[in-house]
Structure formats: structure tokens, C-alpha cells
Design a protein around this ligand. Sequence first.
Ligand code: ADP
Ligand code: MG
Length: 915
Amino acid sequence: MTEAEGIVGEFKSLKRSSDADLLAMQVGDFYEFFDEDAEIVGEELDLKTSKKSSGGTKYPMAGVPVAELTPYLKALVERGYRVAVANQRETDSGHVREIERVATPGTLLETSDADARYVAAVVDGAGTRSRDDDAYGLAFADVTTGRFYVTGVDGDDPRGSALTELYRFDPVEVLPGPSVREDDELVGTIRDRTGATPTLFDADAFAPGAAERALREQFGAETVDSVGVESDAAIRAAGAVVAYVEETGTGVLASMTRLQRYRDADHVELDATTQRNLELTETMQGDRSGSLYDTIDHTVTSPGGRLLKEWLQRPRRSRDVLERRQTSVDALTAAALAREELRETLGDAYDLERLASKATHGSADARDLLAVADTLGLLPELEAAIDAAPKLDDSPLAEIVDTPDREAAADLRERLDAALAEDPPSTVREGGMLTRGFDEELDEIIERHEELEEWFDTLAERERRQHGLAHVSVGRNKTDGYYIQVGKSAADGAPDHYENVKTLKNSERFVTDELEEKEREIMRLEERRGDLEYELFCELRDAVAATAETLQDVGRAIAKVDALASLAVHAVGNDWTRPELAEPGADVEIEQGRHPVVEQTTDFVPNDASLTDDRRFLIVTGPNMAGKSTYMRQTALIVLLAQIGSFVPARSASVGLVDGIYTRVGALDELAQGRSTFMVEMQELSKILHSATDESLVILDEVGRGTATYDGISIAWAATEYLVNEIGARTLFATHYHELTALGDHFDTVANVHIAADETDGNVTFLRTVRDGPTDRSYGIHVADLAGVPDPVVDRSQDVLGRLRDDKAIDIRGSGGSGGETKQVVFDVQSGQMKTATADGGAASASGGEADGAPAEDGGDDDGVPSESGSEDAADIDESAAAVLDELADVDINDTPPVELMAKVQEWQAELDEE
Ligand code: ADP
Ligand code: MG
């Protein structure tokens, strides 16, 4: 091994044995990075690198003190690196260095982020699919709280469903299973959507046998069976996560005590796009502020905040669950004083789930344990506050607080309270953590220590008296230990048994045999105290770790009360009401509903929304900026809020429960935000048409707008028919295709509503009021008017619009020259082209189009007019004009870049000018 010997050689061979990106190797009091790793770390963290000679070669080196590794580790992991940590141990034959843990985004415990940090595994079931296994298995573990979820997804679009789950949990690290990792597109999408670091973990861990063993070992065979994880794919994913957490060696495996399987059927399907469109946890621009969560979050603890967010991302379908939450919120809204008391108490709570993880991991200090004790102590307070308010006492809140193992919680708290000092240090090795009366031996040590301190404290006085010395003091420092200090002027009078140890400018320092003996004793005591306290502390910490499950339960109860109280606070402060929950698929009737976020900043105009038997499908029309998108989103959000158990922004609401909410925003609107393409819009439409059921709520906002008009109308039309005839989902469809409103007359379940705008003296005022029936006009022209387009042009566009609508011929003004005949054209719906028409304006001379139900007539004589159904009067057009029209007819607008189109138009103008 000439390449690298010595310390760097050791570093390199350790590094090779691990698949981490970086290695931090302990060398004495430092963790060192060498060579490339040193350069990366230096760059990323602005650490100074130096050179280290090893085996005759110089290598870059960067180091951090042992005690300060954590923040560096955190920073590196947050930048997406996986960092192996090799610790040094002393053995009889010298140092041994071994990798003891690998810090990765998903297993890093030292986080200050209040959000959950999930590590996820995704397994493609196809590989081992022997029976009707799920298409994908997914497992999610949050080591900071011990949460562990597992599920399988299947159905028409399992890949989409898998992505939806991943988006919901928003993991920081993802372990793609053996065949998933070949799927570049899936892995890429996961990374883009969640920002998770993909880690290629040992493929063997995903094997069914190994995975099942890991899972059973972790959670117990009965648990695995009773929880009912049956799908191979789900087991493989879960087993891989367990193995991964174990392998990274963070020691947090023990905090994962409970395996939770969830089924799609428990939650409202809320795919990734919908979560984004509805701006649940962040806005379309990616800001937290302005999201629904940000708006309604009044929690006072981080677990409460996490839970509320989880509720928003995973609304429930069970009326039972929801009604229980509602009842609690209801009670909390009514009991204002008790609510505030509860929240004040909650405000003192620490993050028990996280503390439990820290205890299991062995990184909790005495302050953490004190935080555990204090938080456990809140439980009786919460109970008392609930007891005292009859309304709360009758609500499920009482049960929530009573669910955890109260006895275990009280025992632990008592034990901790009896042991811990009032204000313990953050160090664990130096004593001072424990209180008197906890341990006899410790008390003896402390007592003797105090006696000795007393002896030292009074020593100066004794020496002064005994030896007649002026200017005597006794001190202690790190280098010299205890000493007697005598001022220069008096130093000559120092007795013989004083031994001079140091000369300072104005004084001399001495020691005596007795002093040294006492000093040795005090040192021995201090060391013993440190060791003993550490030992006792570790026992305490282990006791806390052993109670992890109870702590998680208590933490969960606190989070629930906090989240429910938060919902109540928002309901009271914003005049929200309790919605009635009706059967799945039943009517949605909202009276005077509002948009929960927009109402915060606007003088909001409330609107009704009723999706009932004869109007399950609403076509929403109205001018640009009228409030169509807002109206539809508010409806979706009210339904969603109802399905987390919240009150809703409305005067009253009855919500037939939904099994899924699907929203799509047309590519044009999304394009404005640089997000989407027409292709994506269609993929998403396709997903809805595949997934929605008659119990779903579908919101389509300008879908079809991203393509040419006729394409767009056709797609919108067909999608509407399909949703009405085949699916029967409750739907709101905003469209600027006025043509679609005709469907309202033809289907029993389709109705038109429009958002009214008032027009007086040519000014448009947005009323924001939803009314029945379609809009009667396009307001684009009024916008043109408002923008100052000259009156003749505005009037004329009004006229042209009217004629287009009526399929009447439009005269091309000025085209006849002086005294000549005016040319006329008719817009042909079938071909989407203009055709020349007779001067009398009769539409009959051209195709009437579909609207009339009349088939297009073939004009017959082809005299250069580029149409099958040309006009008889086309002869009016001269040759060059005919040539231009010919070309015009041949241009495929969808296929020609705009710039080219402009060039063409210019060319044609030039040709026509030549006449
Ligand atoms: P559209 O989709 O019809 O173009 P939007 O829903 O985007 O219109 O709304 C346009 C603007 O009107 C937004 O700024 C929105 O905040 C405001 N708005 C919409 N509905 C209301 C309402 N009911 N009350 C007050 N302001 C509203
Ligand atoms: Mg809109």
C-alpha cells in the first residue's frame, strides 16, 4: 500500500468499507477529514484545511474538536451528504478505530427542525409478485419521533399513488428498492417533488425473507400479524427501513415502537398536484406563509403543529373519527376560559416524542430528562383544566388525555423529579445533575466535598492567624491546583513548611503537604462524583428510554389537544361554523362560504355553493378575474377542512363526505408560473378520469385552455360528458369556453353558475357574487375598453363578436375600396376558418357549422378559395389574394412557431400591398 499509509491509509481503508459520502475519523481530541473529504468539508463549511504528512505524502486535512462534531455533522447532512463517523477506542494494543454510525438526512437525530423527518423506502412489487400483491410498498420512519408507517398501493395508477404518498410524507431521504432504483423517472420525480436524498441501500435488505425477519424482530411477530401487513411489497419496504436505521447506527431503532399500517381507504385521496393547487402547506410559489396551514395554525407546541399539518395532508373519511374531533373543537370553542388555560399549560410542554428518541439514542442530557419530567407533570394539569369545564369534560378530550398509561407516566415523573437537580448542566460527565437525597453514596461524596471546600474557604483566615501573615489568600486554578498566595511584602515571613511553587509580579504562591493532600482528596471526590452521577444518570436515561412508548403516547395526546385547541381558536376568531357531515357522496351545501386564506386579507364576498342531485356538476363562467378560481378552491377547502374535523368558513355547511379531492388548473394558468405544460395538464386530467369516483370532488379550472381553441373545447366537452355519465363525481368546472354552458341544458345533473360582474357606463365592477345561469357575454372587450382602446374599435369588436356568435357574415370594412363591394367572411366552426360570404351577410352562403346542425355544404367550384365549402362569391378575390388565402389555409397553427407565423403574416401583407 504505497498510495497511502499511516493515518491517511487507515482513513482511506475505513472510507472504502463504507458507502458514505464522507468520513469523520476520530484522532485524539479531533474528528479529522482527509484528502478529498477534507476539501469538500473545507469548501462546504468554510473550514480551514491544512496539510498532513502521512506515509511520505502530504494530504489536505480538516478537523473539528470532538465535542463540536454535532453542528458540523448536521450542516453536512442538511447539505445532502451521508457522513460516516469512526470513533477511536483505546485497547491494550493501542487505538482501534471503527465506524460506529452513519449520519444521513433520514437518520439524523440532532435536528432543530420542528417538522417530521421521514426516511422512506419504496418497493416495486412487480419483482416478487406471486399473488395479487400491491404494486408498490411504502414505509416511512421518523427517527426523531419514532413514527413508523407502512402501506401498499395498487389500482389503475399505482405509480401516481406511490408518488402521492411520498409527497404527503415529504421525506428527507428515500431508499428506492432494487427495481425502483432503475426507474430514473420515478426517482427523479421523487427527488424533485420532495427534495429527498436518494440512498442506494443494500439490495439484500429488500429481499422478502430478510425484510420480514427485520420487521418481526423490531415490532414483534404478533404485532406484524395483527397490524396486518400482508403485502410483500409493503413488508419489503418496511424491513428495509428497519435495517437501514439499524445500520446507520444512530441507536434510535429502539424508539420505533409502533408499527402503523394505514390504508388508502382511511384517508381522502389527495394527490400531489391537488396538495399543491390547494396550497395546503405551501403556496404555489413555495412559501410557507400564505398557505392554509400557516393561516390556521395556532398551535403552541411543535408536536401540535406537526399533527395539524399531518391532518391537513391526510384528511379522514371516517365520519366517526371526524365527529369526535368536531365535538372536541365544538366544546373548546364554547369554553373560552378553559381553552386558554389549556393552551397556557400546553405552552410549557416539550417535544416528548423527540425527547424519547434522544433518550433511546443515548444523547439526552439531564436538561432533556428534566424536560421530560416537566412535560409529564402537565398531564394532571391538563386533566384538571378539562375536568373543571363541564363542556370539555363531556367531550372526547377527557379521553384523549386519559389514553396514555398514566401510571407509568406518573412513576417516571416521580423518579426523575426525585433524582434531578433543579438547574442541571448540559454536561453529563462532570456531576451537578442530581439532587441531594437521591443516592446515599452520592450524598456522602457531596457532603465530604463540601467539608473540604469549607476547609479551603477558611484556610486563608487560619494561616493569617497562625503565622501572622498579612495579604494571604487561597485560590485554585487549572494549572496550579490549590495554592496559598502571599503578597510580596509579606512573603519573607512565610513559614518553612511553605513550598514555593510560583512567583508572580506582586505575590508568591505556595503549597503545603496538608494542602496537597486535601487537594488530592477533593480531586478524587470530584472524579468519583462525576462517575457516579454519570452512572446514575445513565440508569435514569435508560428508564426514560424504556418508557419511550408511554412518552410517545403522552406526546401524542398533548399534540392532539393542541391541534384541536388550535382549530377552536381559529374557528372562534374567524366566525367559522361546525359543518354537518353527511353520507359519502351526498350533497355538498355551503351557505355563505368563504375562502379560508383569502378572507384574511380581503373584504371577502361570501358565496353559496350547492352540489345537489340536479346540480352535481357546476359549470362556472365569468370574466377574467371575477373570482372563479377562488370560488372553486374555497369549496374544495371547505370540504377538506370538514374532513380534518375542523369548523369551516361559512354560515352553514353540510358536507357529503368525499373519498378524494382532485383539482387541476389549466396549463395556461400554471404556465404563467413557469410550472407546467399542456402535456402535464392532460396527464393530470387523465389521472382524474381514472381515479375519481362518484364520491369524489373534482375541481377543473380552465382545463383545456393550454391548446388551440377547438382542441380545447373538444377536450373540455368530452371530459365533462365522461365525468357526468361515467363517473358522477361532484364537480366544479370553470371555463372560458362559453360554448360549454350549452351542456347545462342537456344534462339533468349539470347546471351553470356565473360570477356576476356589473357593467354600467362601460365600466366593469366585479361583484364576486355567484349566480345561477351562464354568463351572457365575454368581458374581454370591456377590459379592452377599460384599457383605453379607442371607442370605434371597442364598438366594432362588440359588433363582430355578436355576429360571430350568431354565425353571421362579417363584412370586412374597407375591403371593397371606394364604391366597391364590401367583402364578407363567415367563421366556420367546423374547419375553424374564415370564409368569404356574400354581401348580404347571409350566413347561408357559407357553412352554418355544427351549431345549426346543418352539415357543411360543399361550395363546389374551386376558384382559389381554400375551403371545401367555399363561397360562390369567392371570385371577388384577385389572384394574389387567393394565393395568400391558399397558403393561409395550409398553415397548421398548432405546429408553427409564433415567430414563423409572424413572418408569414408579414409576407402576406407585403403581397397584398403589391396590388
Ligand atoms: P378568476 O379565476 O375568475 O380569474 P380569481 O379567482 O383568480 O378569478 O380571483 C381574482 C381576484 O379576485 C383574486 O385577487 C381574489 O382574491 C379576488 N376574489 C375572488 N373571489 C373573491 C370574493 N368572493 N371576495 C373578494 N375577493 C375575491
Ligand atoms: Mg382563474
